[in-house]
Design a protein around this ligand. Structure first.
Ligand code: 6PG
Length: 250
């Protein structure tokens, strides 16, 4: 059963990130109460940095840092100290500043020159660390996602092979326009999450968002449209500029 997405639009970016922090904290505390830990896949790029900074500065005791297990939804094919690294961004903005348990940080081994091997390695990490259902799919409590101006999400880019991957959990995905491999969770994993939360700001995302919310657009061209949690919630936190062209799908 695919739930209807919840869409919230914020005139001020700081309100969007505060709402995102509240969602993160609520999900984390609920998961820790229920099962003793919280499994989250972080997103990369620039948008989520403000959320990570906000979370890192929350009062002690607000967030169960020691019980959170950190993963990534995707990673660039670079070492962890590279300026492009999603791990590096999250580590600098949040992870290095909070009292987490370092054994609970599961970064993608993207320093491996063989991107496919890095993806296979990370897939094993997911299989060995996360509970999987009968379908063999790990279930994240929360997956954070962003949106590119071309409506890619994670590293699921328009017209790329990974869009059609329905058995692997993690794959390397060649992205022609960047002339590089990326490593990404696949849609079966993303759609198995308990909650998926998109954070989208900036007018450069308005056209992509409009296409994603258009019932008639081609998902191949607008991959974020393919994110349809089967048994979980889908939440879009949108900046007013980014949402400017969204005619709420009827
Ligand atoms: C990445 C992200 C990617 C990102 C979008 C939006 O590795 O870059 O996973 O999917 O969320 O490209 O990026 P910005 O937040 O920088 O606009």
């Amino acid at each position: 059963m695919t739930t209807q997405p919840q869409v919230r639009v914020f005139p001020r970016a700081e309100d969007l990130f505060e709402a995102a922090a509240e969602e993160f904290i609520r999900s984390a505390n609920a998961a820790v109460r229920e099962k003793g830990h919280f499994d989250v896949a972080l997103s990369g790029g620039s948008t989520p940095k403000a959320l990570y900074c906000l979370l890192a500065n929350k009062p002690a005791g607000t967030i169960p840092w020691k019980e959170i297990r950190f993963f990534w939804g995707d990673e660039r094919h670079v070492p962890p100290d590279d300026p492009e690294s999603n791990y590096r961004m999250a580590n600098e903005a949040m992870l290095s500043l909070v009292p987490l348990d370092s054994k609970n940080v599961f970064r993608v081994p993207a320093e491996n020159p063989d991107a496919s091997a890095a993806a296979a390695d990370y897939e094993q990490t997911l299989r060995h660390t996360l509970l999987t259902g009968q379908d063999g799919l790990p279930r994240f409590d929360l997956i954070l996602l962003g949106l590119g101006p071309d409506a890619h999400t994670a590293s699921l880019f328009p017209g790329t092979k990974a869009l059609h991957e329905n058995s692997r959990l993690v794959v390397s995905n060649w992205v022609e326009k960047f002339n590089t491999d990326r490593i990404t969770l696949t849609l079966p994993v993303i759609d198995n999450a308990a909650k998926v939360m998109f954070l989208v700001t900036g007018k450069d995302k308005a056209s992509a968002l409009s296409a994603v919310f258009d019932n008639h657009s081609n998902p191949e061209q607008f991959p974020a449209k393919l994110v349809q949690p089967r048994n979980g919630s889908l939440l879009w936190l949108l900046g007013q500029d980014a949402a400017a062209q969204v005619q709420r799908a009827s």
